[in-house]
Design a protein around this ligand. Structure first.
Ligand SMILES: Nc1ncnc2c1ncn2[C@@H]1O[C@H](COP(=O)(O)OP(=O)(O)O)[C@@H](O)[C@H]1O
Ligand SMILES: [Mg+2]
Length: 392
C-alpha cells in the first residue's frame, strides 16, 4: 500500500544548485528506510520532494503504484515531521495533535478517538492539557509524532526528528521510534546525519553525498561491502583506516605492498589483476587490525608506535603511528570530506595514525612499538581515482 518509488529524481534550485541528482530508489510498503549523509547532501530537499513541499525538476515519483509528481502535498497522504517540531506554543498538546484533523474537518468524535489513540501509543495521555513549553524535549518530540500518527498516513517522512535531543534521550527515542514502527507498520523514511542512528534504525539505509545516492542496502551490507571510499569512511566509528598500497604479483597470487610490508590478498583480490603495479587505497576497519609485541622488525610486519589509548570499556581504541615513513596513511576525514563526528581524538591532527579497536583487556603499552596484524580477508581495496571498490 505505501511503497514509494523514485526514478531519476532531480532537483535544481533557481540559483542553479543541484540539490538532488538523478536518484533512483525503491522503498517497499511497510519498510523503515533511513536517508543519511553529511549536512548539505540533499536529504531534506529529497524528503520535501517526496512530500510535495518542493517541486520536482525531473524524474518520476510514485506512491502506492501511482505517479504523484503533480499531486498536492495534502492529497499525498504522507505525514512529515520536521526537525524543529514546529508545535503551536499557544495550543495544548491535545489541540496540537488534533490540528491537522480539525483543518481537514474531521468529526469531533473521530478527532477525539484518534487523539486518544495516539496519546496512548505515545504515552502522552497525562500530558494532553499541557502547553508545549511545559514539556521536556523528548515529550515535545512525541507530540510531533502524535500529530503525524493521527492522520493515519500511508507514509511517515521524518526529518532529523531526534537531532535536537541530548544523547541519552536520542538513544531512548530511537528505540521508541523503531517500536512504534513495528506496531504501526507504516512505511517510514527517516532522515539523519548520524550514521549510528542510521545503522541502528534502518531496514535499509540510503547514503547520499552531494545530492547523489551512493549506496542503498541493509546496514550489514553497507558495513561489510561498501561500494566506495565515501561509504566505507562514513559508516563505522572509529572510521576505517586507509593506506596507500601498491598491487604486486607473486607466487601466492596478488598481494599489496606498503613500504617494506607485503600482504598476500584473499578472495577480494579476484578481478584486480589488471591493476598490477598500480597504487590503490587499502581500507581496514579498526576491529580488523590487531597487534603483537614487536620482535624488532619481524619480516614484513607493519610497525607502529602506540601513541594513545582511549578506553571505551569493554573496548579500547589504540592510535598508533607508523614507523616506516614511506607508507602513506590517508584519513577517512580527508577522503570523505569532514563528515565524521566521532572519530578518535588523534584522527584529525595527523594522517600518520592508524586506529585499532581491541579488547580493553589486551592493550599494548603507550610508547611501545608493536607489529600490526592485518586480517587479509578483511582488507578492502579502492580505486583512488574513482573511489570505487575493486575486486569483491
Ligand atoms: N531553497 C533553496 N535554494 C537554493 N539552494 C538550496 C535551497 N534549499 C537547499 N539548498 C541547497 O541544496 C543543498 C541540499 O540542502 P539540504 O537538502 O537542506 O541538505 P541536508 O538536509 O542534507 O543538510 C545544499 O547545498 C543547500 O544549500
Ligand atoms: Mg536537512
Amino acid at each position: 500500500m505505501g511503497a514509494i518509488g523514485l526514478s531519476g529524481i532531480r532537483k535544481v534550485f533557481p540559483d542553479g544548485t543541484v540539490a538532488v541528482n538523478d536518484v533512483d530508489l525503491e522503498i517497499d510498503d511497510g519498510e523503515f528506510v533511513v536517508f543519511v549523509g553529511p549536512s548539505g547532501c540533499g536529504k531534506t530537499t529529497l524528503l520535501r520532494l517526496i512530500s510535495g513541499l518542493e517541486t520536482i525538476t525531473a524524474g518520476q515519483l510514485r506512491f502506492d503504484g501511482q505517479v504523484i509528481n503533480e499531486v498536492s502535498p495534502r492529497e499525498r497522504n504522507m505525514a512529515m515531521v520536521f526537525q524543529n517540531y514546529a508545535l503551536y506554543p499557544h495550543m495544548t498538546v491535545r489541540q496540537n495533535i488534533a490540528f491537522a484533523l480539525r483543518v481537514r474537518k474531521f468529526r469531533q468524535s473521530e478527532i477525539d478517538e484518534r487523539v486518544n489513540e495516539a496519546a496512548r501509543i505515545l504515552d502522552l495521555a497525562e500530558l494532553l492539557e499541557r502547553k508545549p513549553k511545559q514539556l521536556s524535549g523528548g515529550q515535545r518530540q512525541r507530540v510531533a509524532m502524535g500529530r503525524a500518527i493521527v492522520r493515519h498516513p500511508g507514509a511517515f517522512l521524518l526529518d532529523e526528528p531526534l537531532s535536537n535531543l541530548d544523547a541519552k534521550l536520542r538513544v531512548q527515542l530511537r528505540t521508541e521510534l523503531r517500536r512504534l514502527h513495528e506496531r504501526l507498520g507504516v512505511t517510514t523514511i527517516h532522515v539523519t546525519h548520524d550514521q549510528v542512528e542510521a545503522m541502528t534504525l534502518g531496514d535499509r539505509v540510503a547514503i547520499f553525498s552531494e545530492g547523489s545516492l551512493l549506496q542503498y542496502d541493509t546496514p550489514q551490507v553497507l558495513y561489510r561491502q561498501p561500494a566506495n571510499i565515501f561509504v566505507a569512511g562514513f559508516i563505522g566509528s572509529p572510521a576505517m583506516n586507509f593506506l596507500e598500497a601498491a598491487l604486486v604479483g607473486g607466487g601466492d597470487g596478488p598481494a599489496v605492498s606498503m613500504g617494506d610490508t607485503r600482504l598476500a590478498l584473499g578472495p577480494q583480490a579476484t578481478g584486480v589483476a589488471a591493476r598490477l603495479g598500480d597504487t590503490l587505497l587499502l581500507g581496514i576497519r579498526p576491529e580488523h587490525l590487531g597487534w603483537r609485541r614487536s620482535g624488532d622488525g619481524a619480516q614484513g610486519a607493519l610497525q607502529a608506535r602506540v601513541e594513545l589509548i582511549e578506553y571505551i570499556e569493554p573496548e579500547a581504541y589504540v592510535s598508533a603511528s607508523l614507523i616506516d615513513p614511506s607508507v602513506v596513511v590517508r584519513t577517512a576525514d580527508e577522503l570523505v570530506g569532514g563528515s565524521q563526528e566521532d572519530t578518535t581524538a588523534l584522527a584529525h591532527d595527523d594522517a600518520r595514525y592508524l586506529t585499532l579497536r581491541v579488547s580493553a583487556d589486551e592493550v599494548p603499552e603507550r610508547g611501545e612499538v608493536v607489529d600490526l596484524v592485518v586480517e587479509p580477508d578483511r582488507v578492502r581495496l579502492f580505486d583512488p581515482a574513482t573511489g570505487n571498490i575493486l575486486g569483491r
